[in-house]
Design a protein around this ligand. Sequence first.
Ligand code: BYC
Length: 473
Amino acid sequence: MLSNERIPNNVNLSDDKRLQRALEYWQPKYLDWWRDMGPHGFQDYHQVYLRTAISVDARGWAHFDYVKLPEYRWGIFLAEPEPHRQIGFGDFQGKPAWQEVPGEFRNQLRRLIVTQGDTEPASVEQQRELGTRCPSLYDLRNLFQVNVEEGRHLWAMVYLLHSYFGKDGREEAEALLQRTSGNTDKPRILEAFNEPIENWLDFFMFTMFTDRDGKSQLMSLSQSALDPLSRTTRFMLTEEAHHMFVGESGIARILQRTCELLRTSTSLSEDVRNLGGIDLSMIQRHLNFWFSRSLDLHGGEVSTNAAAYFANGLKGRAKEESFQDHVLLNEIYPMTVVDGGRLVSRDVPMRNAMNEVLRDWYVGDCQAGVDRWNALLERHGISDRLVLPDRKFNRLIGMFSGLHFDPSGRKVSDEEWARRSHEWLPGPGDKAYLLSIMAKPVFERGRFANYIAPPAKGINQKPIDFEYVRTEA
Ligand code: BYC
Protein backbone atom coordinates (compact mmCIF):
# COMPACT_ATOMS: atom_id res chain seq x y z
CA MET A 1 0.00 0.00 0.00
CA LEU A 2 1.48 3.31 -1.09
CA SER A 3 -0.99 5.91 0.07
CA ASN A 4 1.54 8.73 0.44
CA GLU A 5 2.11 8.99 -3.31
CA ARG A 6 0.61 11.73 -5.45
CA ILE A 7 -1.85 9.12 -6.73
CA PRO A 8 -2.61 6.65 -3.89
CA ASN A 9 -2.52 3.12 -5.25
CA ASN A 10 -1.85 -0.54 -4.58
CA VAL A 11 -0.55 -1.28 -8.07
CA ASN A 12 3.10 -0.28 -7.52
CA LEU A 13 2.64 2.73 -9.73
CA SER A 14 6.06 4.15 -8.85
CA ASP A 15 7.68 1.07 -10.48
CA ASP A 16 6.16 1.96 -13.85
CA LYS A 17 7.38 5.47 -14.59
CA ARG A 18 5.74 5.67 -18.00
CA LEU A 19 2.32 4.81 -16.63
CA GLN A 20 2.83 7.05 -13.61
CA ARG A 21 3.69 10.01 -15.87
CA ALA A 22 0.68 9.33 -18.10
CA LEU A 23 -1.68 9.29 -15.12
CA GLU A 24 -0.05 12.34 -13.57
CA TYR A 25 -0.64 14.10 -16.90
CA TRP A 26 -4.33 13.10 -16.81
CA GLN A 27 -4.78 14.06 -13.13
CA PRO A 28 -4.97 17.89 -13.55
CA LYS A 29 -7.46 17.45 -16.39
CA TYR A 30 -9.55 15.32 -14.08
CA LEU A 31 -9.37 18.01 -11.37
CA ASP A 32 -10.41 20.70 -13.87
CA TRP A 33 -13.36 18.52 -14.84
CA TRP A 34 -14.27 17.99 -11.16
CA ARG A 35 -14.22 21.75 -10.54
CA ASP A 36 -16.27 22.53 -13.65
CA MET A 37 -18.72 19.62 -13.59
CA GLY A 38 -18.64 18.32 -10.01
CA PRO A 39 -20.78 19.49 -7.06
CA HIS A 40 -21.79 23.06 -7.77
CA GLY A 41 -21.05 25.50 -4.95
CA PHE A 42 -19.15 22.99 -2.79
CA GLN A 43 -15.65 23.17 -4.16
CA ASP A 44 -13.81 25.64 -1.94
CA TYR A 45 -15.28 26.36 1.47
CA HIS A 46 -16.83 23.12 2.62
CA GLN A 47 -15.16 20.29 4.47
CA VAL A 48 -16.94 16.98 4.20
CA TYR A 49 -16.69 14.03 6.58
CA LEU A 50 -15.72 11.40 4.01
CA ARG A 51 -14.51 7.85 3.86
CA THR A 52 -11.41 7.55 1.69
CA ALA A 53 -9.99 4.31 0.34
CA ILE A 54 -6.28 4.29 1.12
CA SER A 55 -5.84 0.53 0.77
CA VAL A 56 -8.03 -2.50 0.13
CA ASP A 57 -7.73 -4.06 3.58
CA ALA A 58 -10.51 -3.40 6.08
CA ARG A 59 -8.58 -0.83 8.15
CA GLY A 60 -7.28 1.29 5.29
CA TRP A 61 -10.65 1.20 3.62
CA ALA A 62 -12.52 2.68 6.57
CA HIS A 63 -10.48 5.89 6.82
CA PHE A 64 -12.84 8.78 7.77
CA ASP A 65 -11.88 12.45 7.92
CA TYR A 66 -12.91 15.98 6.90
CA VAL A 67 -11.83 16.75 3.34
CA LYS A 68 -12.44 19.57 0.89
CA LEU A 69 -13.92 17.89 -2.17
CA PRO A 70 -11.21 18.81 -4.74
CA GLU A 71 -8.61 17.61 -2.22
CA TYR A 72 -10.12 14.11 -1.97
CA ARG A 73 -7.38 11.55 -2.68
CA TRP A 74 -8.69 9.63 -5.65
CA GLY A 75 -6.66 6.47 -5.90
CA ILE A 76 -6.24 3.26 -7.83
CA PHE A 77 -7.10 0.13 -5.93
CA LEU A 78 -7.51 -3.42 -7.14
CA ALA A 79 -8.75 -6.32 -5.01
CA GLU A 80 -5.94 -8.67 -4.01
CA PRO A 81 -5.03 -11.16 -6.77
CA GLU A 82 -6.35 -14.70 -6.54
CA PRO A 83 -3.31 -16.96 -7.10
CA HIS A 84 -3.59 -19.18 -10.21
CA ARG A 85 -7.00 -17.76 -11.11
CA GLN A 86 -8.63 -19.54 -14.06
CA ILE A 87 -11.17 -18.31 -16.59
CA GLY A 88 -14.57 -19.32 -15.22
CA PHE A 89 -16.81 -19.46 -18.31
CA GLY A 90 -17.06 -19.32 -22.11
CA ASP A 91 -14.84 -20.88 -24.75
CA PHE A 92 -11.64 -20.48 -22.67
CA GLN A 93 -13.03 -21.89 -19.43
CA GLY A 94 -10.29 -23.45 -17.29
CA LYS A 95 -7.41 -21.60 -19.01
CA PRO A 96 -5.30 -19.22 -16.89
CA ALA A 97 -6.82 -15.73 -16.50
CA TRP A 98 -5.14 -13.09 -18.69
CA GLN A 99 -2.75 -10.55 -17.23
CA GLU A 100 -2.56 -8.74 -20.59
CA VAL A 101 -5.21 -7.93 -23.19
CA PRO A 102 -5.27 -10.48 -26.06
CA GLY A 103 -5.06 -8.65 -29.41
CA GLU A 104 -8.21 -10.26 -30.81
CA PHE A 105 -10.37 -8.99 -27.92
CA ARG A 106 -8.80 -5.58 -27.58
CA ASN A 107 -11.65 -3.66 -29.22
CA GLN A 108 -14.38 -5.47 -27.30
CA LEU A 109 -12.63 -4.99 -23.98
CA ARG A 110 -11.87 -1.34 -24.64
CA ARG A 111 -15.50 -0.76 -25.51
CA LEU A 112 -16.72 -2.39 -22.28
CA ILE A 113 -14.25 -0.44 -20.16
CA VAL A 114 -15.04 2.87 -21.89
CA THR A 115 -18.80 2.29 -21.47
CA GLN A 116 -18.36 1.46 -17.80
CA GLY A 117 -16.00 4.43 -17.32
CA ASP A 118 -18.37 6.85 -19.06
CA THR A 119 -21.17 6.25 -16.55
CA GLU A 120 -19.08 7.31 -13.56
CA PRO A 121 -18.38 10.98 -14.34
CA ALA A 122 -21.82 11.16 -15.97
CA SER A 123 -23.53 10.49 -12.64
CA VAL A 124 -21.48 13.21 -10.91
CA GLU A 125 -22.56 15.65 -13.62
CA GLN A 126 -26.19 14.63 -13.30
CA GLN A 127 -26.12 15.25 -9.54
CA ARG A 128 -24.16 18.47 -9.46
CA GLU A 129 -26.99 20.80 -8.38
CA LEU A 130 -28.36 18.61 -5.59
CA GLY A 131 -26.16 20.01 -2.82
CA THR A 132 -27.94 23.35 -2.95
CA ARG A 133 -31.27 21.56 -2.30
CA CYS A 134 -30.14 19.07 0.36
CA PRO A 135 -32.58 17.81 3.02
CA SER A 136 -29.87 17.67 5.75
CA LEU A 137 -26.12 17.69 6.39
CA TYR A 138 -26.27 13.90 6.73
CA ASP A 139 -27.73 13.58 3.21
CA LEU A 140 -25.36 16.19 1.81
CA ARG A 141 -22.42 14.17 3.06
CA ASN A 142 -23.84 10.98 1.57
CA LEU A 143 -24.30 12.69 -1.79
CA PHE A 144 -20.66 13.77 -1.79
CA GLN A 145 -19.48 10.34 -0.67
CA VAL A 146 -21.28 8.85 -3.66
CA ASN A 147 -19.84 11.54 -5.96
CA VAL A 148 -16.20 11.12 -4.92
CA GLU A 149 -16.50 7.34 -5.22
CA GLU A 150 -17.93 7.65 -8.74
CA GLY A 151 -14.88 9.83 -9.43
CA ARG A 152 -12.68 7.03 -8.08
CA HIS A 153 -14.46 4.51 -10.30
CA LEU A 154 -13.58 6.71 -13.26
CA TRP A 155 -9.96 6.57 -12.09
CA ALA A 156 -10.23 2.78 -11.96
CA MET A 157 -11.29 2.57 -15.63
CA VAL A 158 -8.75 5.19 -16.70
CA TYR A 159 -6.03 3.14 -15.03
CA LEU A 160 -7.04 0.13 -17.15
CA LEU A 161 -7.18 2.22 -20.34
CA HIS A 162 -3.75 3.74 -19.73
CA SER A 163 -2.15 0.49 -18.62
CA TYR A 164 -3.43 -1.92 -21.23
CA PHE A 165 -4.58 0.00 -24.32
CA GLY A 166 -1.64 2.26 -25.28
CA LYS A 167 -2.35 5.37 -27.33
CA ASP A 168 -6.02 4.46 -27.98
CA GLY A 169 -6.52 4.03 -24.24
CA ARG A 170 -5.04 7.45 -23.50
CA GLU A 171 -7.30 9.03 -26.11
CA GLU A 172 -10.33 7.29 -24.65
CA ALA A 173 -9.36 8.54 -21.17
CA GLU A 174 -9.34 12.11 -22.50
CA ALA A 175 -12.70 11.60 -24.20
CA LEU A 176 -14.22 10.45 -20.90
CA LEU A 177 -13.75 14.02 -19.65
CA GLN A 178 -15.09 15.59 -22.86
CA ARG A 179 -18.51 13.97 -23.21
CA THR A 180 -20.97 15.41 -20.69
CA SER A 181 -24.34 14.31 -19.42
CA GLY A 182 -27.21 15.68 -21.49
CA ASN A 183 -24.90 17.49 -23.93
CA THR A 184 -26.53 17.58 -27.38
CA ASP A 185 -23.23 17.33 -29.29
CA LYS A 186 -21.26 15.01 -27.02
CA PRO A 187 -23.67 13.17 -24.71
CA ARG A 188 -22.80 10.34 -22.36
CA ILE A 189 -22.93 6.90 -24.02
CA LEU A 190 -25.85 5.26 -22.23
CA GLU A 191 -29.26 6.87 -22.15
CA ALA A 192 -29.97 6.85 -18.39
CA PHE A 193 -26.86 8.96 -17.84
CA ASN A 194 -28.21 11.83 -19.90
CA GLU A 195 -31.34 12.20 -17.77
CA PRO A 196 -31.32 15.17 -15.38
CA ILE A 197 -31.33 14.50 -11.62
CA GLU A 198 -32.49 17.76 -10.14
CA ASN A 199 -34.31 16.68 -7.01
CA TRP A 200 -33.66 14.23 -4.20
CA LEU A 201 -36.48 11.85 -5.11
CA ASP A 202 -34.77 11.31 -8.47
CA PHE A 203 -31.42 10.98 -6.69
CA PHE A 204 -32.61 8.29 -4.30
CA MET A 205 -34.37 6.39 -7.10
CA PHE A 206 -31.24 6.66 -9.23
CA THR A 207 -28.99 5.32 -6.47
CA MET A 208 -31.52 2.55 -5.78
CA PHE A 209 -32.10 1.43 -9.36
CA THR A 210 -29.33 2.77 -11.59
CA ASP A 211 -26.53 2.10 -9.13
CA ARG A 212 -27.99 -1.38 -8.85
CA ASP A 213 -27.38 -1.78 -12.59
CA GLY A 214 -23.85 -0.73 -11.67
CA LYS A 215 -23.86 -3.65 -9.25
CA SER A 216 -25.11 -6.18 -11.82
CA GLN A 217 -22.72 -4.98 -14.53
CA LEU A 218 -19.76 -4.91 -12.13
CA MET A 219 -20.65 -8.40 -10.90
CA SER A 220 -20.57 -9.68 -14.45
CA LEU A 221 -17.32 -7.83 -15.26
CA SER A 222 -15.74 -9.13 -12.07
CA GLN A 223 -15.96 -12.60 -13.67
CA SER A 224 -13.86 -11.39 -16.60
CA ALA A 225 -10.95 -13.39 -17.98
CA LEU A 226 -8.96 -10.15 -17.96
CA ASP A 227 -7.67 -10.36 -14.40
CA PRO A 228 -6.96 -6.62 -13.83
CA LEU A 229 -10.55 -5.84 -14.90
CA SER A 230 -11.87 -8.50 -12.55
CA ARG A 231 -9.80 -7.21 -9.63
CA THR A 232 -10.72 -3.56 -10.26
CA THR A 233 -14.43 -4.25 -10.45
CA ARG A 234 -14.35 -6.48 -7.37
CA PHE A 235 -13.10 -3.56 -5.30
CA MET A 236 -15.58 -1.16 -6.92
CA LEU A 237 -18.42 -3.43 -5.82
CA THR A 238 -17.61 -2.77 -2.16
CA GLU A 239 -18.21 0.96 -2.79
CA GLU A 240 -21.33 0.37 -4.88
CA ALA A 241 -23.04 -1.22 -1.86
CA HIS A 242 -23.02 2.10 -0.01
CA HIS A 243 -24.59 3.90 -2.99
CA MET A 244 -27.52 1.50 -3.01
CA PHE A 245 -27.84 1.89 0.75
CA VAL A 246 -28.17 5.66 0.22
CA GLY A 247 -30.93 5.11 -2.36
CA GLU A 248 -32.89 2.44 -0.57
CA SER A 249 -32.73 4.07 2.85
CA GLY A 250 -33.44 7.52 1.33
CA ILE A 251 -36.70 6.30 -0.19
CA ALA A 252 -37.51 4.38 3.00
CA ARG A 253 -37.12 7.62 5.00
CA ILE A 254 -39.37 9.51 2.56
CA LEU A 255 -41.95 6.73 2.86
CA GLN A 256 -41.72 6.81 6.63
CA ARG A 257 -42.31 10.56 6.67
CA THR A 258 -45.21 10.23 4.23
CA CYS A 259 -46.79 7.65 6.55
CA GLU A 260 -46.26 9.92 9.57
CA LEU A 261 -47.84 12.87 7.75
CA LEU A 262 -50.76 10.72 6.67
CA ARG A 263 -51.34 9.74 10.30
CA THR A 264 -51.50 13.37 11.40
CA SER A 265 -53.76 14.36 8.51
CA THR A 266 -57.50 14.78 8.96
CA SER A 267 -58.24 11.79 6.74
CA LEU A 268 -56.17 9.13 5.02
CA SER A 269 -57.38 10.46 1.69
CA GLU A 270 -55.99 13.95 2.35
CA ASP A 271 -53.34 14.80 -0.20
CA VAL A 272 -50.08 14.53 1.69
CA ARG A 273 -48.78 17.38 -0.46
CA ASN A 274 -50.98 19.74 1.53
CA LEU A 275 -48.69 18.84 4.43
CA GLY A 276 -45.49 19.28 2.43
CA GLY A 277 -44.85 15.56 1.98
CA ILE A 278 -44.39 13.37 -1.09
CA ASP A 279 -47.40 11.23 -1.95
CA LEU A 280 -47.11 7.55 -2.80
CA SER A 281 -48.32 7.94 -6.37
CA MET A 282 -45.53 10.43 -7.10
CA ILE A 283 -43.03 8.02 -5.56
CA GLN A 284 -44.45 5.23 -7.75
CA ARG A 285 -44.10 7.37 -10.91
CA HIS A 286 -40.44 8.03 -10.13
CA LEU A 287 -39.88 4.36 -9.41
CA ASN A 288 -41.47 3.52 -12.80
CA PHE A 289 -39.16 5.93 -14.58
CA TRP A 290 -35.83 4.95 -13.03
CA PHE A 291 -36.55 1.22 -13.05
CA SER A 292 -37.42 1.26 -16.76
CA ARG A 293 -34.39 3.42 -17.65
CA SER A 294 -32.16 1.05 -15.68
CA LEU A 295 -33.65 -2.01 -17.41
CA ASP A 296 -32.50 -0.36 -20.64
CA LEU A 297 -28.96 -0.30 -19.28
CA HIS A 298 -28.82 -4.08 -19.63
CA GLY A 299 -28.97 -3.77 -23.45
CA GLY A 300 -31.13 -5.60 -25.98
CA GLU A 301 -32.88 -8.86 -25.03
CA VAL A 302 -31.26 -10.75 -27.89
CA SER A 303 -27.71 -9.54 -28.43
CA THR A 304 -24.82 -10.86 -30.48
CA ASN A 305 -22.56 -8.46 -28.54
CA ALA A 306 -23.56 -10.16 -25.29
CA ALA A 307 -23.05 -13.61 -26.85
CA ALA A 308 -19.53 -12.65 -27.97
CA TYR A 309 -18.67 -11.16 -24.57
CA PHE A 310 -19.69 -14.43 -22.90
CA ALA A 311 -18.04 -16.73 -25.45
CA ASN A 312 -14.77 -14.80 -25.20
CA GLY A 313 -14.78 -14.78 -21.41
CA LEU A 314 -15.04 -10.98 -21.16
CA LYS A 315 -18.31 -10.66 -19.26
CA GLY A 316 -19.97 -13.47 -17.31
CA ARG A 317 -23.18 -13.78 -15.34
CA ALA A 318 -23.75 -12.34 -11.88
CA LYS A 319 -22.63 -15.10 -9.49
CA GLU A 320 -21.28 -17.20 -12.38
CA GLU A 321 -19.89 -19.69 -9.85
CA SER A 322 -23.44 -20.57 -8.72
CA PHE A 323 -24.30 -22.07 -12.15
CA GLN A 324 -23.55 -25.65 -13.31
CA ASP A 325 -22.90 -25.05 -16.99
CA HIS A 326 -20.36 -22.32 -17.76
CA VAL A 327 -20.10 -22.89 -21.51
CA LEU A 328 -23.77 -22.78 -22.56
CA LEU A 329 -23.33 -24.03 -26.11
CA ASN A 330 -26.57 -26.00 -26.26
CA GLU A 331 -28.77 -24.21 -23.73
CA ILE A 332 -31.81 -22.18 -24.70
CA TYR A 333 -33.66 -19.33 -22.99
CA PRO A 334 -37.45 -19.24 -23.56
CA MET A 335 -38.30 -15.60 -24.15
CA THR A 336 -41.29 -13.43 -25.05
CA VAL A 337 -40.33 -11.62 -28.23
CA VAL A 338 -41.98 -9.09 -30.51
CA ASP A 339 -42.81 -10.52 -33.93
CA GLY A 340 -44.64 -8.27 -36.40
CA GLY A 341 -45.98 -6.17 -33.51
CA ARG A 342 -47.26 -9.28 -31.66
CA LEU A 343 -45.82 -10.91 -28.55
CA VAL A 344 -44.86 -14.54 -29.09
CA SER A 345 -42.75 -17.12 -27.23
CA ARG A 346 -39.45 -18.12 -28.75
CA ASP A 347 -36.46 -20.19 -27.71
CA VAL A 348 -33.29 -18.11 -27.97
CA PRO A 349 -29.77 -19.58 -27.72
CA MET A 350 -28.69 -18.88 -24.15
CA ARG A 351 -25.51 -17.01 -25.12
CA ASN A 352 -27.56 -14.52 -27.14
CA ALA A 353 -29.87 -14.04 -24.15
CA MET A 354 -27.10 -13.03 -21.74
CA ASN A 355 -28.40 -9.46 -21.32
CA GLU A 356 -31.79 -10.87 -20.34
CA VAL A 357 -30.19 -13.35 -17.94
CA LEU A 358 -28.45 -10.47 -16.16
CA ARG A 359 -31.67 -8.45 -16.27
CA ASP A 360 -33.46 -11.35 -14.52
CA TRP A 361 -30.92 -11.20 -11.72
CA TYR A 362 -31.31 -7.42 -11.56
CA VAL A 363 -35.13 -7.51 -11.41
CA GLY A 364 -34.95 -10.02 -8.53
CA ASP A 365 -32.54 -7.80 -6.62
CA CYS A 366 -34.78 -4.74 -7.18
CA GLN A 367 -37.87 -6.68 -6.11
CA ALA A 368 -36.22 -7.56 -2.79
CA GLY A 369 -35.65 -3.83 -2.15
CA VAL A 370 -39.24 -2.94 -3.07
CA ASP A 371 -40.47 -5.68 -0.71
CA ARG A 372 -38.52 -4.01 2.11
CA TRP A 373 -40.20 -0.67 1.31
CA ASN A 374 -43.61 -2.36 1.31
CA ALA A 375 -42.90 -3.97 4.68
CA LEU A 376 -42.36 -0.44 6.02
CA LEU A 377 -45.74 0.69 4.62
CA GLU A 378 -47.33 -2.34 6.22
CA ARG A 379 -45.76 -1.55 9.61
CA HIS A 380 -47.28 1.93 9.38
CA GLY A 381 -50.72 0.50 8.65
CA ILE A 382 -50.84 1.82 5.08
CA SER A 383 -52.49 -0.55 2.60
CA ASP A 384 -51.00 0.93 -0.62
CA ARG A 385 -47.99 -0.87 -2.09
CA LEU A 386 -45.17 0.08 -4.47
CA VAL A 387 -44.70 -2.21 -7.46
CA LEU A 388 -42.05 -2.71 -10.10
CA PRO A 389 -43.59 -2.02 -13.52
CA ASP A 390 -43.52 -4.78 -16.12
CA ARG A 391 -40.20 -4.95 -17.92
CA LYS A 392 -41.80 -4.01 -21.25
CA PHE A 393 -43.00 -0.67 -19.85
CA ASN A 394 -41.39 2.58 -21.11
CA ARG A 395 -38.41 0.98 -22.80
CA LEU A 396 -36.10 2.90 -25.15
CA ILE A 397 -33.68 0.03 -25.79
CA GLY A 398 -34.43 -3.51 -26.95
CA MET A 399 -37.31 -5.07 -28.80
CA PHE A 400 -40.09 -3.51 -26.72
CA SER A 401 -38.91 0.01 -27.46
CA GLY A 402 -41.00 0.32 -30.63
CA LEU A 403 -44.28 -0.40 -28.81
CA HIS A 404 -46.14 0.96 -25.79
CA PHE A 405 -47.12 -0.96 -22.68
CA ASP A 406 -48.76 0.13 -19.45
CA PRO A 407 -47.05 -0.66 -16.11
CA SER A 408 -48.89 -3.99 -15.89
CA GLY A 409 -47.42 -5.03 -19.27
CA ARG A 410 -50.62 -4.58 -21.30
CA LYS A 411 -49.97 -3.36 -24.83
CA VAL A 412 -51.51 0.08 -25.35
CA SER A 413 -52.05 2.14 -28.48
CA ASP A 414 -50.01 5.26 -29.29
CA GLU A 415 -53.11 7.28 -28.53
CA GLU A 416 -53.62 5.71 -25.09
CA TRP A 417 -49.93 6.17 -24.29
CA ALA A 418 -50.08 9.87 -25.24
CA ARG A 419 -53.21 10.31 -23.12
CA ARG A 420 -52.18 8.34 -20.05
CA SER A 421 -48.38 8.18 -19.75
CA HIS A 422 -48.42 11.14 -17.35
CA GLU A 423 -50.30 8.89 -14.87
CA TRP A 424 -47.38 6.46 -14.97
CA LEU A 425 -44.34 8.71 -15.33
CA PRO A 426 -43.21 11.90 -13.56
CA GLY A 427 -44.49 15.04 -15.28
CA PRO A 428 -43.70 18.76 -15.10
CA GLY A 429 -46.15 19.19 -12.18
CA ASP A 430 -44.26 16.59 -10.13
CA LYS A 431 -40.93 18.24 -10.90
CA ALA A 432 -42.22 21.70 -10.00
CA TYR A 433 -43.68 20.44 -6.70
CA LEU A 434 -40.47 18.61 -5.75
CA LEU A 435 -38.34 21.66 -6.50
CA SER A 436 -40.72 23.79 -4.42
CA ILE A 437 -40.29 21.63 -1.29
CA MET A 438 -36.52 21.41 -1.87
CA ALA A 439 -36.00 25.08 -2.70
CA LYS A 440 -34.17 25.79 0.56
CA PRO A 441 -31.28 23.54 1.62
CA VAL A 442 -31.24 22.37 5.24
CA PHE A 443 -27.79 23.10 6.67
CA GLU A 444 -28.55 23.09 10.44
CA ARG A 445 -27.07 20.18 12.35
CA GLY A 446 -29.61 17.47 13.19
CA ARG A 447 -32.43 19.08 11.19
CA PHE A 448 -34.22 17.37 8.31
CA ALA A 449 -36.50 18.69 5.57
CA ASN A 450 -40.18 18.12 6.23
CA TYR A 451 -40.58 15.46 3.53
CA ILE A 452 -37.99 13.00 4.91
CA ALA A 453 -37.49 11.23 8.25
CA PRO A 454 -34.07 11.21 9.96
CA PRO A 455 -31.99 8.04 9.44
CA ALA A 456 -31.96 5.31 12.07
CA LYS A 457 -28.28 6.04 12.81
CA GLY A 458 -25.43 8.29 11.75
CA ILE A 459 -22.29 7.57 9.72
CA ASN A 460 -19.32 5.77 11.30
CA GLN A 461 -21.07 5.67 14.69
CA LYS A 462 -21.35 9.47 14.78
CA PRO A 463 -24.62 10.92 16.07
CA ILE A 464 -27.32 11.99 13.65
CA ASP A 465 -26.72 15.67 14.54
CA PHE A 466 -22.99 15.41 13.83
CA GLU A 467 -21.57 18.19 11.66
CA TYR A 468 -21.18 16.02 8.55
CA VAL A 469 -20.33 19.03 6.40
CA ARG A 470 -18.53 22.09 7.76
CA THR A 471 -18.32 25.50 6.16
CA GLU A 472 -14.85 26.82 6.77
CA ALA A 473 -14.92 30.40 8.05
N1 BYC B 1 -28.33 3.40 -23.97
O1 BYC B 1 -26.28 -5.65 -28.22
P1 BYC B 1 -26.94 -4.54 -27.49
C1 BYC B 1 -22.85 2.06 -13.37
C2 BYC B 1 -26.46 0.22 -27.54
S1 BYC B 1 -24.02 1.46 -14.49
C3 BYC B 1 -27.76 3.69 -25.16
O2 BYC B 1 -28.40 -4.61 -27.32
P2 BYC B 1 -24.95 -4.77 -25.53
C4 BYC B 1 -23.21 3.24 -12.61
C5 BYC B 1 -25.22 -0.64 -27.55
O3 BYC B 1 -24.10 0.09 -27.09
C6 BYC B 1 -23.21 0.13 -15.30
N2 BYC B 1 -27.30 2.73 -26.01
O4 BYC B 1 -26.31 -4.26 -26.11
C7 BYC B 1 -24.45 3.41 -12.07
C8 BYC B 1 -25.13 -1.06 -29.00
O5 BYC B 1 -24.60 0.02 -29.75
P3 BYC B 1 -23.95 -0.21 -31.20
C9 BYC B 1 -22.42 0.54 -16.53
C10 BYC B 1 -27.40 1.45 -25.63
O6 BYC B 1 -23.84 -4.16 -26.29
C11 BYC B 1 -24.76 4.55 -11.38
C12 BYC B 1 -26.60 -1.21 -29.39
O7 BYC B 1 -27.33 -0.43 -28.43
N3 BYC B 1 -21.65 -0.56 -17.03
O8 BYC B 1 -21.80 1.51 -13.26
O9 BYC B 1 -24.98 -6.23 -25.34
C13 BYC B 1 -23.80 5.54 -11.21
C14 BYC B 1 -27.04 -2.64 -29.34
O10 BYC B 1 -26.56 -3.18 -28.17
C15 BYC B 1 -27.96 1.08 -24.40
C16 BYC B 1 -21.86 -1.17 -18.19
O11 BYC B 1 -22.72 -0.79 -18.95
C17 BYC B 1 -28.45 2.12 -23.55
N4 BYC B 1 -29.01 1.86 -22.35
O12 BYC B 1 -25.11 -4.19 -24.06
C18 BYC B 1 -22.53 5.38 -11.74
C19 BYC B 1 -20.98 -2.33 -18.51
N5 BYC B 1 -27.93 -0.27 -24.31
O13 BYC B 1 -22.99 -1.37 -31.06
C20 BYC B 1 -22.22 4.22 -12.42
C21 BYC B 1 -20.36 -2.25 -19.85
C22 BYC B 1 -27.38 -0.73 -25.44
O14 BYC B 1 -25.07 -0.51 -32.12
N6 BYC B 1 -21.34 -2.22 -20.94
N7 BYC B 1 -27.05 0.30 -26.22
O15 BYC B 1 -23.26 1.12 -31.46
C23 BYC B 1 -21.96 -3.30 -21.43
O16 BYC B 1 -21.80 -4.38 -20.96
C24 BYC B 1 -22.83 -3.13 -22.64
O17 BYC B 1 -22.33 -2.07 -23.39
C25 BYC B 1 -24.32 -2.84 -22.34
C26 BYC B 1 -25.08 -2.92 -23.69
C27 BYC B 1 -24.87 -3.83 -21.33
C28 BYC B 1 -24.54 -1.44 -21.82
